[in-house]
Design a protein around this ligand. Structure first.
Ligand code: ADP
Ligand code: ADP
Length: 228
């Protein structure tokens, strides 16, 4: 599903933010991207999502060469990838339900079909009884749930998530991670960047570690003693 071949990314000044990055992620995998702050995790995710292009190298996602997508193909590609970045751009003057509905209306769904789908997405993330609240009335964990609902409402086969548990306490963080695990269990390929080692330890999944722009495949990690 994702293939990186000798990928480099530089923002100029002769510094490689990512250097010689090679890895593959198969359909259905659940992968963590770990590494300290500033390591290049967000940069990696933006390259997968087509929000940025590599300086050198080849990136294939869903069989498409992301660095070479023609401009008109980009919106379609972007819709097939559910992306949740760190600054959750929720519409503050709309309630939770409308925030999820909006991307569907924009993509031309009929009002009734869009409402049905939005309802299903809100239910799936556990926000059914908070759908009338505005983002600022929701807790941090619930805002993250809302961002997830909005990202999955177009039914992407691939979810790209940047630091979903930043600013959440441990309990909330695990509940958010559980939401992603549930999507993965129904077949959604999931890539989550986090510097939260304890979160990674709680889930038995493959870890790609980035440090100083270099990526190392650490393979599958054994979970810590199972939690209740
Ligand atoms: P992480 O997500 O692991 O914290 P980032 O990918 O955000 O790391 O950043 C990696 C490095 O790339 C940092 O040194 C950061 O300053 C730099 N960087 C990221 N985005 C840009 C940008 N748009 N312009 C210039 N430098 C950037
Ligand atoms: P916060 O992260 O802001 O502290 P919580 O994580 O405590 O908030 O709870 C967020 C919301 O998610 C609550 O409304 C709670 O009812 C709901 N919730 C908690 N666990 C689950 C779950 N397993 N499935 C669905 N919804 C849940």
């Amino acid at each position: 599903m994702i293939e990186f071949q000798q990928v480099y990314k530089s923002y100029g000044r002769g510094i490689d933010t990512l250097a010689d990055v090679n890895f593959g992620i198969a359909a259905g995998e659940f992968v963590f991207v770990s590494g300290p702050s500033g390591a290049g995790k967000s940069t990696l995710l933006k390259l997968i999502s087509g929000l940025d292009v590599p300086t050198r190298g080849t990136i294939l996602v869903n069989g498409q060469n992301v660095g070479k997508l023609p401009g008109r193909a980009r919106p379609y590609f972007r819709r097939a990838v559910g992306t949740i970045l760190q600054d959750v751009h929720l519409l503050q003057d709309r309630n939770a339900f409308e925030n999820v509905l909006f991307p569907l209306i924009v993509t031309g769904h009929s009002r009734s079909a869009a409402e049905k789908r939005a309802r299903a997405a809100i239910d799936k993330v556990g926000l059914a009884n908070k759908d009338k609240l505005r983002p600022q009335e929701l807790s941090g964990g619930d805002q993250q749930r809302l961002a997830i609902a909005r990202a999955i409402v177009n039914r992407p086969a691939l979810l790209i998530v940047d630091e979903p548990t930043a600013n959440l306490d441990r309990d909330s963080a695990q509940r958010i991670a559980d939401v992603f695990r549930d999507f993965n269990q129904v077949g959604v390929t999931t890539v989550i960047a986090t510097h939260d080692e304890s979160l990674i330890d709680d889930y038995a999944h493959r870890v790609l570690h980035i440090e100083g722009g270099r990526l190392t495949d650490l393979g599958a990690r054994t979970p810590r003693a199972s939690r209740s």
